[in-house]
Design a protein around this ligand. Structure first.
Ligand code: CS2
Length: 487
């Protein structure tokens, strides 16, 4: 048993595991949104390049909760990254984070860092809902409480768009080159979307700032990929047992990692190419492929798997009917909608199914099912819209959307409550409760304009497919519905 107080991970007991002199590392990046994903993805790439170029350390900021700072401050902001493959587990200590601020209590300090000339990149993993936008249109949502707050008090921002706009304003006033804004969230065209949101925010206060952002600030789009389930108590215990050091917040991930970035930076950038990042002129084909193939089938498996009683994605795809569904969905519905010349899609699909099947990754269906209202448009609805336009069948994609409708109703197939986490959960539950027949339910959900734009909401083939699937999910249940498709 490791004593958390006496054997806590720290610079003094982990120095030998870090491959560079951490005392020489200086901040070059402010990162907003310090969840497990960032710590397993971007921070690991940065960690790889600090030996050659120590000027790119990361100052992290959590926008909502102080818990990451509370956990990592006593261990010098170090943490263990655990890579679990099928047969092998590897441990590594990441030292790229130099400090963690909690935006709520350290806002001045955070803005001071964001205006420091040494900071040349402000990156974000604030999740889809952190952009305070309308997912169906990509536009800033002016009735979002955080945006209302930040427009009234722009020098005391609480939202990501408000913080970025404020820092860019302060830099402009001080004559400091703007930083590059690097969105690393699973949004469609995440750079362009972020640029539009921040510019819209700024324009409400100051036209000149909006024009400066449009003309002078780079927002490269990125495609990010690494599966990173939430850390569990068992992970903490197994890390302590394997490494002999107690880590209050290790991060567990898979061996696979990918990062594709558009090579457009306002100021300098690290030599990303030396650590395996792909730099391209246009990330859109890569991003479309990843969002529709990986995230689309992830969400499909999450809703149907949860309803069928599977706790983890690996259990879900261990059932041949579910694996077959995801395989067929990608092959016959998604692949045809993707641009040509983006590699061997069948091989990509097979590799994804193998990654989903990794039994060492305990990725809960419930975790992926979260925030569906923010995820559906880019993961599933784009594919459906493209296929409807071409007059092609949409059966499996529509089944995934119907499963979301069934899931957000908040009661599972055994009559137990589902803990639905979604910014729109209250509205979604009210639609489900007002209920009645599948026709009424589908019509109610299709009116949620943040998710379904008008042409899609009014597409008769889509509506009919949703009603048929919802009927089957309600009467037969998810497992039988999926099995009947496999016949
Ligand atoms: C997942 C993603 O939680 C989710 O919604 O689909 O986080 C997924 O694991 C990553 O995008 C993989 O790169």
């Amino acid at each position: 048993m490791i004593d958390p107080l006496r054997s806590r991970l720290s610079e003094s007991n982990a120095a030998a595991s870090i491959r560079y002199d951490r005392s020489r590392v200086t901040p070059g990046i402010v990162h907003l949104g310090l969840g497990a994903f960032h710590r397993a993805h971007m921070a690991a790439y940065i960690d790889d390049l600090l030996g050659a170029d120590p000027n790119w350390g990361i100052i992290g900021a959590s926008l909502k909760r102080p818990d990451t700072r509370d956990a990592l401050a006593p261990q010098d902001f170090l943490y263990t990254l655990v890579m679990r493959g099928g047969s092998e587990t590897r441990y590594r200590i990441v030292g790229a984070l130099l400090d963690i601020l909690h935006a709520g209590s350290h806002r001045r300090n955070l803005l001071r860092w964001m205006t420091d000339p040494a900071i040349r990149i402000v990156s974000l993993t604030v999740t889809e809902k952190g952009y305070c936008h309308d997912p169906a249109t990509g536009r800033l949502s002016f009735d979002h409480p955080d945006i209302i707050h930040d427009l009234a008090a722009p020098d005391n921002p609480v939202s990501a768009p408000g913080l970025v706009a404020r820092a860019l304003d302060l830099r402009r006033a001080a004559g400091i080159v703007p930083f590059t804004v690097l969105s690393c969230d699973n949004l469609p065209e995440n750079g362009r979307t972020t640029a539009a949101i921040v510019t819209e925010f700024a324009a409400r206060r100051d036209e000149k700032l909006a024009r400066h952002i449009e003309a002078d600030v780079a927002f490269p789009s990125t495609m990010v990929d690494r599966i990173v389930p939430a850390t569990t108590e068992e992970d903490r215990t197994s890390v302590a047992e394997a490494t002999g050091r107690y880590d209050a917040w290790p991060v567990v991930t898979e061996p696979f990692t990918q990062w594709v970035i558009e090579d457009r930076f306002t100021a300098q950038r690290p030599s990303f190419e030396t650590v395996g990042v792909e730099l391209v002129a246009d990330v859109r084909p890569h991003e479309l492929k990843k969002l529709r193939m990986l995230n689309g089938s992830h969400s499909m498996l999450a809703y149907l798997g949860y309803l069928a009683g599977f706790e983890f994605i690996s259990d879900t795809v261990a059932d041949p009917a579910f694996r077959d569904l995801a395989h067929t969905f990608m092959t016959s519905e998604v692949m045809e909608t993707l641009p040509p010349n983006i590699g061997d899609l069948a091989a990509y699909r097979d590799a994804l199914l193998d990654r989903f099947a990794n039994p060492a990754l305990k990725h809960r269906t419930w975790q992926i099912a979260m925030d569906g209202s923010q995820k559906l448009p880019q993961r599933l609805l784009g594919t459906i819209r493209d296929r409807l336009r071409l007059g092609l069948p949409i059966s499996r994609g529509a089944l995934a959307v119907a499963a979301w409708m069934r899931y957000v109703s908040g009661i599972d197939e055994t009559g137990r409550a589902i803990d639905v986490r979604d910014p729109l959960s209250a509205r979604l539950r009210a639609i489900a409760r007002s209920g009645g027949s599948p026709d009424n339910l589908v019509d109610g959900f299709l009116k949620v304009h943040e998710v379904f734009d008008t042409p899609l909401a009014q597409a008769p083939d889509f509506r009919t497919a949703l009603i048929d699937h919802l009927e089957s999910l309600v009467h037969l249940g998810a497992a039988q519905t999926v099995r009947s498709l496999a016949l």
